[in-house]
Design a protein. Sequence first.
Length: 129
Amino acid sequence: MELGAFSVSLSVKDLTASRRFYEALGFQQVAGVAEEGWLILRNGDSVIGLFQGMFTGNMLTFNPGWSGGGEPLDDFTDIRAMQARLRANGIEPESGVEGDSTGPACMTLVDPDGNRVFVDQHVPAPSQD
């Protein structure tokens, strides 16, 4: 199962202060809208998302269908197939995807230690030629 691009999503209290801090560490903004309360920053292969007022706690984030550089992939494991595999292994998403849906979708999982995992697919499912 290919999970796609990986990043850490941080719930921040002050987006401007957090942006300055991570920019001082060498991160640069590659996406996001500060007025909407979110920014995506990159430093080499390391990617973090800063989110103010959007969720509680920090999360591991995976983006099926995206490369580490944020480019769409032609071949990847669709989020619906991931969810089916998780359920077959006894793992029920906290919030899941409608099985018969198509296109972009997301689901949230919680690991045995209470860590949140967000799977956010921005691209349509790969073709099944």
